[in-house]
Design a binder for this molecule. Structure first.
Ligand SMILES: Cc1ncc(COP(=O)(O)O)c(C=O)c1O
Length: 459
């Protein structure tokens, strides 16, 4: 074995050791990583000490920002008391019980049990499996198809990547699975037909959904997965009457709604859950990310009594519920999640979000007249600016030009970390962000956009 760290830089060592997710691995060998070494509030610092405002709260998750000492203490105390235990075979522990009780009390619709998992993908994978389990329990094993939408993001396990409706998550992975049916993305700006109103657009999508369910046979369709606001697909906020019309169809054919609240949960849209913001009636809600403010991996599947009763009966018949992860409901993660939920309540995070959100939303909309900006969208503390080559016709840039990526790269130079989904630039800062910090974030963005605009004009 070669000797450990020498005088090589972290960037050189990274390139010889780390295989990065969601990264162009060829280009990475040329440019290396941005090595982040610490964080404080809404900022992170690289290994040279340069500061960046984290405009996406890491991966939409670090809601309380960096350096929240109460979470550090909760983890340390739990680590000393009981660093590991599990929930298999009739075992339990206080942090898991406490967390599940708190989630049931917070749930936006009546929920009766919580299954703890480790990531957003595991939570949605579990939801998929429990839907099948329930179908067997009810003597309807053929009711196992699920519907997910174009541009959805539900995870990257083999099953959840099949739900995800993005080409990069399918290409060269032999996906998607034929048991996943694909519904349209409710992006009116892009998918509305010429002359179609938002209301007509929603009516059309609901009619297409109904036609799909009827063509497949309602007795074969178990559930419809939906993020209240689609995140990784480009921050898509549906028209106001989209979900009411979709839910009417689902309920007509006994197709359950799974609300993927992995991004929207815990305040992001201005209410505790996107389910409340959009009046959803899900039988399953999955949460992760903001559940622990991203400090430790943990996620959860909240289940209505319609799900729980048959699952319990089926496990009784089989002799066990044959599903569970070693780290599902890990006590240290659960203790940190409990502390996170206490902080949200004590600091009244929702009031703070609703105080500062207009600053973000109006600030983003102040770019609407910019010649490269096609659409500005968002609510609460989530939003996106979509760049286009031609404002009037909505024609986008040639993807090969990488305009979105160029803005993100420029923003990084100006001390702002953002993410581009194609040419849509997403914003989802830590929920603790102040009005002044929002102003600073947007002025750093303005400089990046000005740089790229100058380059586009020159080209
Ligand atoms: C809506 C949504 N669901 C599921 C996931 C998957 O979560 P994880 O990356 O923790 O597996 C994500 C991740 O970004 C997400 O945004």
């Amino acid at each position: 074995m070669s000797p450990l760290p020498s005088n090589r830089t972290p960037s050189e060592r990274d390139r010889d050791a780390v295989l990065h997710p969601y990264t162009n691995l060829v280009r990475h060998q040329e440019i290396g990583p941005l090595v982040i070494s610490r964080g404080e509030g809404v900022r992170v610092f690289d290994d040279s000490g340069k500061d960046y405002i984290e405009g996406l709260a890491g991966l939409w998750c670090t809601s309380l920002g960096w350096g929240e000492e109460r979470l550090v203490t909760a983890a340390a105390e739990q680590m000393r008391r009981l660093p590991f235990y599990h929930l298999f075979g009739h075992k339990s522990h206080d942090p898991a019980i406490d967390l599940c009780e708190r989630l049931l009390a917070l749930a936006p619709v009546p929920m009766s049990r919580v299954f703890l998992t480790g990531s957003g993908s595991e939570a949605n994978d579990t939801a998929l499996k429990l839907l099948r389990y329930r179908a067997h329990a009810l003597g309807q094993p053929e009711k196992r198809k699920v519907i997910a939408r174009d541009r959805a993001y539900h995870g990257v396990t083999l099953a959840t990547a099949a739900l995800t409706g993005l080409a990069v998550n399918h290409r060269s992975f032999d996906l998607p699975d034929p048991a996943v049916l694909r519904a349209a993305c409710p992006h009116y700006y892009r998918n509305g037909l010429p002359g179609e109103s938002e209301a007509e657009f929603s009516t059309r999508l609901a009619a297409e959904l109904e036609a799909m369910i009827l063509a497949e046979g309602p007795e074969t369709v178990a559930a419809f997965f939906a993020e209240p606001v689609m995140g990784a697909g480009g921050v898509i906020v549906p028209p106001a009457d989209y979900f009411p019309k979709i839910q009417a169809v689902l309920e007509k054919y006994d197709v359950l709604l799974v609300a993927d609240e992995v991004i929207c949960g815990f305040g992001r849209t201005g209410k505790m859950f996107g389910t409340e913001t959009f009046g959803l009636r899900p039988d399953i809600i999955t949460v992760a990310k903001g559940l622990s403010s991203g400090y430790l991996p943990i996620s959860a599947v909240m289940l209505s009594e319609r799900m729980v009763a048959p699952i319990v009966a089926e496990a009784g018949r089989i002799g066990t519920l044959g599903h569970g992860y070693t780290y599902g409901g890990h006590p240290v993660s659960a203790a940190v999640a409990v502390e996170t939920l206490k902080i949200y309540a004590e600091r009244d995070i929702l009031s703070h979000i609703n105080r500062v959100a207009p600053g973000l939303q109006e600030g983003l909309r102040s770019f609407a007249n910019h010649p490269l900006v096609g659409e500005v969208r968002g609510l609460g503390l989530i939003g996106a600016i979509e760049l286009v080559a031609d404002k009037a016709t909505k024609v986008g840039f040639d993807p090969a030009r990488g305009i979105g990526a160029a803005v993100v790269a420029r923003a990084q130079q100006h001390g702002l970390i953002l993410r581009a989904m194609g040419d849509a630039i997403a914003f989802a800062p830590p929920l603790i962000i102040t009005e002044e910090e929002i102003g600073e974030m947007l002025s750093r963005f303005a400089r990046a956009l000005a740089d790229v605009t100058a380059e586009v004009i020159k080209a």
